[in-house]
Design a protein. Structure first.
Length: 102
């Protein structure tokens, strides 16, 4: 990080301080973030079962039942981890939020 002191507007003698963050050129995370910023896309945040239940206002078991009834789409990471897209949660609610096969 680099701190830069600049002259205030119209030479009033006031000094402003701005911070410039510099990334290493070989940092893959920084280059990936820069590509995302330039492309204008956002990184989508996935929800855990607990976060999804809290945002909807139901218990975690309701979210699990909806997934097991194939009413709610989830992403699986490994054998046990499940993540939910916010768009899938909204779509499930718009369809009535069912937790049983219909």
């Amino acid at each position: 990080m680099k701190v830069v002191a600049e002259q205030g507007p119209l030479g009033t003698g006031e000094r402003t301080v701005s911070t410039v963050v510099q990334h290493r050129a070989d940092d893959p995370v920084a280059s990936h973030e820069n590509r995302l910023r330039r492309s204008g896309s956002r990184v989508e945040q996935f929800l855990t079962v607990a976060e999804a239940a809290q945002s909807v206002g139901c218990c975690e078991e309701t979210i699990r039942r909806a997934h097991l009834a194939r009413q709610l789409q989830v992403l699986r990471f490994g054998a046990r981890r499940v993540r939910i897209r916010p768009a899938a949660l909204v779509a499930w609610l718009e369809r009535g939020g069912k937790t049983t096969a219909a």
